[in-house]
Design a protein. Structure first.
Length: 320
């Protein structure tokens, strides 16, 4: 149903554009036809593509910065933009199912390099969803899609982006490789610093509003206790928050992390619950999810800020 819907919208937009001179919608997204045209679904992939491609490519992102990715849906203009790409980048791992369900069936994929940047990565399995098909029970495994939050995983996604650019534009391969080396140097250094600076810590767990930091936890052997799970639209019960408050008190942890892209309502509720039971002051810190520039920081700077805040919340003693 949706495939036919988007296909009809795409045809209609092209017809209207031809009739009323609205072709600027397409022209504006390809200011320099001599450059490789790259379209990324969201900010982290666009950032890494720009870092690797430099002046040799033109990058566009579909999803506005700091917008919820899971439930976003492409418009007709988004489909036109994706259809004009030489290279199309998306995350996969369950983050952006609308790409495969609605967008790709509506564009000419034969002339575009379509790159699922998590293909082949070691993804975290966080459970399964059961549903019935006829008389047989089927299981859909759910993976954690927040790969880019981890410097280690981001390096692997950057490699996939680099490989796509080289395949699409072999003439500039050496420049793409050189820029990838610079990006990987920064990400590798961050990865090592996370490992070193979080090692000597007072606590092994932290409390957070949204369970988006599984790859950080897996890599550096820490635990996230989250108010809501992978889906940022989840509505936690009052008992969930009360249980987390009791766990914080039992462990003597008085720091809560929130993702500044979303409302701080749940973090503040948990904060008040703990303070009312203990009289202790609770510190609220930020953990960025890096879906757009935030507080004047780009993706790499937000990774650095996350490290510093985790060190404070976990009672890590290593110097910066």
């Amino acid at each position: 149903m949706k495939m036919r819907h988007y296909g009809i919208i795409l045809i209609a937009v092209v017809i209207v554009a031809a009739g009323i001179g609205a072709s600027t919608l397409i022209t504006a997204s390809n200011d320099d036809p001599g450059k490789l045209k790259v379209v990324a679904t969201f900010y982290p992939l666009g950032y890494m593509a720009e870092a690797i491609g430099g002046d040799d490519i033109e990058v566009s992102t579909l999803i506005p910065y700091n917008t919820e990715v899971h439930s976003w849906q492409p418009s007709a203009s988004d489909i036109i933009l994706a259809d004009s790409a030489d290279v199309f980048l998306y995350n996969g791992a369950g983050l952006d199912p609308w790409v495969e369900d609605d967008l790709l069936p509506a564009i000419d994929t034969g002339s575009t390099y379509i790159i699922k940047t998590t293909e082949g990565l070691d993804l975290l399995d966080i459970g399964s969803h059961e549903h019935d098909e006829g008389m047989e029970e089927d299981h859909d495994h759910i993976t954690d899609p927040h790969t880019w939050v981890s410097p280690h995983m981001a390096m692997q996604q950057a490699q996939a982006i680099h490989n796509a650019l080289v395949e699409a534009d072999a003439h500039n391969a050496s420049r793409y490789s050189e820029r990838l080396s610079h990006l990987n140097s920064t990400l590798s250094e961050l990865d090592q610093r996370y490992s070193d600076e979080l090692e000597d810590r007072q606590w092994d767990s932290f409390f957070v509003t949204h369970a988006a930091y599984g790859y950080i936890c897996d890599r550096y052997e820490i635990v996230q206790e989250a108010i809501i799970g992978i889906d940022a639209d989840e509505q936690p019960s009052s008992s969930t928050i009360a249980d987390l408050a009791d766990l914080m008190i039992d462990e003597g942890i008085y720091t809560i992390f929130l993702n500044p892209v979303f409302s701080d309502e749940y973090a503040r509720t948990l904060e008040l619950e703990v303070e009312s039971k203990t009289g202790e002051d609770v510190v609220v810190l930020e953990l960025y999810i890096m879906t757009g520039p935030m507080d004047g920081m780009d993706l790499l700077e937000q990774m650095e800020a996350n490290l510093q805040n985790l060190k404070a919340g976990l009672g890590a003693t290593a110097a910066s």
